[in-house]
Ligand binder design. Sequence first.
Ligand code: ZN
Ligand code: ZN
Length: 430
Amino acid sequence: MNEMRYDWLSDRWVIFAPNRLMRPDDYDRSPRCEQDSSSHCPFCSGSEHETPDPTLILPDSDTDATTSNRAVDLQRLRKKSWLVRVVPNKFPAVHASVPFDDSPSSESRNPDSLTQHQEHTPSELFQKRQTQGAHEVIIESPDHISSITGLTPQHAVLVFEAYRKRLNHWRAHSNMRYAVVFKNYGADAGASLIHSHSQLICTDFVPNDVQRIENRMAQYHRTHQRCYVCDVLEQEIQSGQRVVSESEHFVAICPFASRFPFSVSILPRRHRSMYEACSDDEIQDLSRMAQLVLLALEQEHPRAAYNYVIQSCSFESASPESFHWRLKIIPRMCKVAGFEWGSDCFINTVTPEEAALSMRKRCHPASTPRAPVGSFSMPHSALHSNSSGSQFRICSGNPSAPSQPTAAPHPETSPHASPSGPVSRWQSRE
Ligand SMILES: [Zn+2]
Ligand SMILES: [Zn+2]
């Protein structure tokens, strides 16, 4: 178990996990992608013994492989044995207290678990409690690639399928209260390993910011008898000025009051509270949309780190009908600086309208100012094929790697590395 401490003034809990200092770090001395870790990478094919036993492997034997070419899938499966692998984190932020596998938990969900371990001092100035949960790593490829945009579309679907399976597992089999799927891409976004991966953290409490968002959506629902996000989405689609891309099931927008330049939210058109309730069609559509938008971001700002987060409804929400899940992409091109730390009020140097226009042009180069619904294809110029036929993009510095895609020149090797134009304003807050 980990210890949590409560900051009464900010109404915020902090998890302490000193064990995470021990985890390996590809980014110790070098900027993102300069250091080639492929010679010893615990996530690469052949290093499976360096990670805990998997909780999920995809495609599994009865998976329909999600690709139109079953023969290609089977050939790849025989060669690599897996395409996506989920393992418990060796250096967890929270420690597991329930089984990672699919067997039913012996512990029933306990709504009072938050208070069970709470220790109050007489004055309640120094509250702390023990916390338990789970921390998993979704290894997105057996190949040493740096980004999910380097996967074939069929392969990327498996990553989003893994999210769905593991979120469903934790929602159904534990005494947990909340789970979040997230990706840290690049050192500035908190990544410690280059090999493309994402993570899932499950907790036995609902973090306060999450609870606050749920409360706000519930409040809007009570007042208007409608969903806040559905209402926003309707207006955004009508206006189009902050729309980045649209598909059958999803709309990507730059949020009206985003705190960070080039933030994008991918919102399901259909009102749903849980990501893990997505249909197969929706998962495939989301995967294509996420790859499209992330590739556009990587092309627009090749040096940028980013996080993405899937915000699904907490497990025991008092008002699940009012919650609308979303995938948030948060580029980390600016450091959080003194004013933000001092005020919790953020200064964004790029308007969401400017950002949406740039991103829209990247996603749909031939389109008019507004992207048409369903115009949804990955720019093939940004993908390269390796000798085994799978498409990937890899960091420079690896002599066996192919050259960088022309559509996304590496900042360290491009003669035009310095960002130019109006959007370069994100570089500095000074
Ligand atoms: Zn690797
Ligand atoms: Zn809604």
